[in-house]
Design a binder for this molecule. Sequence first.
Ligand code: EPZ
Length: 421
Amino acid sequence: MDQIAVTGGTPLRGEIPIAGAKNACLALMPATLLTDEPLTLMNAPRLSDIRTMTTLLQSLGAEVTALQGGKVLAMSSHDLTSLRADYDIVRKMRASILVLGPMLARHGRAVVSLPGGCAIGARPVDLHLMALEAMGATLDLREGYVHAKAPNGLKGARIAFPTVSVGATENALMAATLARGTTVLANAAREPEIVDLARCLRAMGARIAGEGTGTIEVEGVAALCGATHAVVIDRIELGTYMLAPAITGGEVECLGGRRDLVGAFADKLEEAGIAVEETPRGLKVSRRNGRVAAVDVVTEPFPGFPTDLQAQMMALLCTADGVSRLEERIFENRFMHAPELGRMGARISVQGGTATVTGVERLRGAPVMATDLRASVSLILAALAAEGETVVSRVYHLDRGYERVEEKLSACGARIERIAA
Ligand code: EPZ
């Protein structure tokens, strides 16, 4: 298994291009199952999760061709050979559940493995199933698989989500595009990835209104056509790289960055004393001088502070001047980066869903282990500022969500290299 070695202490200066959004692409790719015409995605990120979704779609008989080194995905599900998503693929990536709604809506049946939990939580899919049943599907759970049927097609329904769920909103939104009649999704997720999916579906002929608000309305149509859609930039990659100059000092311009995608996060950075400037090419982030100020963070659904940036923000606050509190309200076990940061000298105390971080002058390099995607990149960020060398193991977690991280950071002066296993 590859490792990444970082020698900290260099203020970063330069520019970092931001790729297309992993979590948008993982919802956009299953949309090919809604039509027999070609769907082409531009600005796709080159990540292992995208390759996993490609393998899943191909296992169903869909054609997925990666062009321009993977930045373009040309897809067609004209000739599906299977409507069964196997456990051995689904268990690798929970977003696989997003093939359920589209297959059911277009073909009237689907067999999809339950994804199971992951490091950060149990991650149930009850809200996905509730939404599809509300649209008239019958669902049987047998041997770890969801056996879904809608022989007469899906029908429009009013679906009120008891809690905000990005994935359940995406599954229901895609299914509703081909349901008979009107579907209203209440308490829907408002993430930019939902807005991007709705834009793509509309380009395919879907009739959708309200995306980005808490209520989305869909008028089902008989069929969808093909389209070409550019994936929105990745706000989590953007936020992650905005933290690089914040934690090391220096100044970095994140190319393609948009403040509207990271509003709450950028506000919190400014509260900590970091400068965030909108430029014609993106967002320029710099740390003026001295230590960052301690701040309190609460993770919430968009437009609140994103849970996917909590681990990275914790790395910054480990060297802040004062005591910070981070409250994780989305997942039940998303502080696994804390003990690893502790090996680097961080002072973090976790009680239930709240981590209290007492800032120290400087972290010290150490061997650490990645546990999940965002935890792994928080260790890289901490290592960039730490004294001495840090070696991060199990970086396959990192490769799921970050394209060429060592190249992007070393281009800004970081001393970072990948050690192939
Ligand atoms: C998406 O996961 C993202 N993944 C996650 O990013 C992100 O952390 C999460 O949204 C929250 O923003 C993708 O888009 C592929 P949820 P998702 O359904 O859809 C509970 C990353 O690092 N819930 O919004 O699975 C759930 O347990 C990943 O890129 C149910 O109870 O998240 C959680 O506590 C990690 N029942 C809360 O809702 C359900 O049926 C939010 O989950 C579904 C979810």
